[in-house]
Write a protein that binds this ligand. Structure first.
Ligand SMILES: Cc1cc2nc3c(=O)[nH]c(=O)nc-3n(C[C@H](O)[C@H](O)[C@H](O)COP(=O)(O)OP(=O)(O)OC[C@H]3O[C@@H](n4cnc5c(N)ncnc54)[C@H](O)[C@@H]3O)c2cc1C
Length: 403
């Protein structure tokens, strides 16, 4: 029923779209989610489920079942500089039940949310359904056109949750502010080698920065490069890249040989931008579609989910009553813009003050910077990054009704 005649159409089955789908359907809003892929399995794009999201799971009564899915738990983040290792974030003091980041493949997370959403009769999900454009009538967005030429016109609202290359936001003409990003990231996996180093965090080298995420029997690695430099690296060949990685993190040298081709290395073209206006009559953008995040801090999924919760808190009750909620759309932006600006401001600071000098201008870092030393001398400071990464700013709670 929801699929044939939805009240709410959500485009994009990523963290923002699926969480919004679950919450609106839970409130009794006939909700249809469109996802252009045929499944949730795709390239690595972040496996982090933050403490704030785990709290939301708890508020929905789903935490226990969620944590039965395969995951690793990260409780501290470590920086390595000049052979010294410094804990820079410690989540064990967070004022929440789950004081860790659950590392769960994103498809597991999305699959779990989809399973729970499908329990509500008001929920429908179309896979292999790609939105291609917006339908605008009398100054209001009344639906979307699909790549196959068909149209879907929800009765009350369209939500664009189609990620950082959002076609709907491009078609909407909403004003976008590009904050620029000086870096790109190469993602790849390496098996665990002989080294007994097992900490999740980053290694600062001379002109290099590599993040290693401990995923049980393998490392998920992120190698930060200057924007646009990936093509030159690829032209130098995979062996040169293996040597770069081994030089940057010597204790990975015995496993870099497993990188046999560029097929194993995925490029993330980093962007940092946000809409200055997230909505127009009939249309609301959330998640990366409203604000593309840098991978710095690994908080994009978290923010996307918080947007979905805020949208449901503000809009689900009126939509469930069948009301036009256009006048409330701006309230979602009012609620979420501050956390987005704060996190993007922090990410820009890290881009400009740390990653640009190090990776773009190839600074030589041969001793631990004073700021990092502070985390060693005053362990209480480790609670600050833990709080920012784990809980973010202006944390959302589930207030949307359950029908
Ligand atoms: C390589 C990589 C690593 C990252 N690492 C992390 C991390 O460790 N931690 C973290 O928190 N964040 C990370 N991020 C960022 C994070 O993935 C995003 O911030 C987050 O996924 C945003 O969620 P979203 O739902 O708004 O958008 P997305 O996750 O991008 O979801 C958008 C969905 O819409 C679908 N879609 C797109 N266009 C259409 C269309 N026209 N019609 C229908 N469906 C469409 C897409 O297939 C996708 O499923 C990473 C990103 C990348 C690329």
């Amino acid at each position: 029923m929801a699929a044939e005649n939805p009240d709410l159409l959500i485009v994009g089955g990523g963290p923002a779209g699926m969480m919004a789908g679950l919450l609106f359907a839970r409130a009794g809003v006939k909700t249809l989610v469109l996802e252009k892929h045929g499944d949730f399995l795709r390239d690595f794009r972040g496996d982090t489920v933050h403490p704030s999201t785990l709290e939301l799971m708890d508020e929905l009564g789903l935490l226990g079942e969620f944590l039965e899915r395969p995951h690793d738990e990260i409780r501290t983040l470590t920086a390595r500089v000049a052979d010294e290792k410094i804990t820079i974030a410690d989540l064990s003091h967070l004022p929440v039940k789950s004081r860790f980041v659950a590392m769960m493949p994103q498809w597991e997370f999305l699959d779990f949310i989809a399973d729970k959403a499908k329990l509500y009769p008001a929920f429908s999900l179309y896979m292999n359904a790609q939105a291609a454009g917006l339908i605008e009538e009398h100054g209001r967005i009344s639906g979307v056109t699909l790549a196959d030429g068909s149209e879907i016109r929800p009765r009350l609202l369209t939500i664009a949750a189609d990620g950082r290359s959002s076609i709907l936001r491009a078609k909407s003409g909403l004003p976008l502010r590009d904050l620029g990003a000086p870096i790109d990231v190469l993602w790849f996996r390496l098996p665990k080698g002989a080294s007994d180093y097992r900490e999740t965090g980053g290694t600062f080298g001379s002109g290099t920065f590599i993040v290693q995420i401990n995923r049980g029997d393998y490392w998920q690695c992120a190698y930060v490069v200057p924007k646009g430099a990936a093509a030159d690296l690829e032209a130098r060949g995979i062996e040169a890249f293996r040597n770069d990685v081994a030089r940057a993190v010597p204790d990975l040298a015995d496993v870099t040989g497993t990188l046999e081709s560029w097929e194993q290395v995925k490029l993330l073209s980093v962007s940092l931008d946000r809409l200055e206006q997230w909505s127009k009559p009939g249309l609301l953008c959330i998640g990366d579609a409203a604000h593309a995040m840098s991978p710095v801090g690994g908080v994009g999924i978290n923010l996307a989910i918080q947007d979905a919760v805020a949208a449901a808190n503000i809009l689900a009750a009126p939509l469930a009553r069948g009301e036009n909620a256009d006048r409330l759309l701006e309230k979602v932006q009012e609620r979420r813009m501050l956390p987005v600006k704060l996190i993007q401001g922090g990410q820009k600071l890290v881009h400009d003050r740390i990653l640009t000098p190090l990776v773009v201008r190839k600074a030589v870092l041969d001793k631990v910077p004073f700021v990092l030393r502070l985390f060693k001398w005053f362990p209480i400071l480790r609670r600050i990054p833990a709080r920012v990464v784990g809980l973010g700013f202006r944390r959302e709670h589930i207030h949307s009704p359950e029908a």
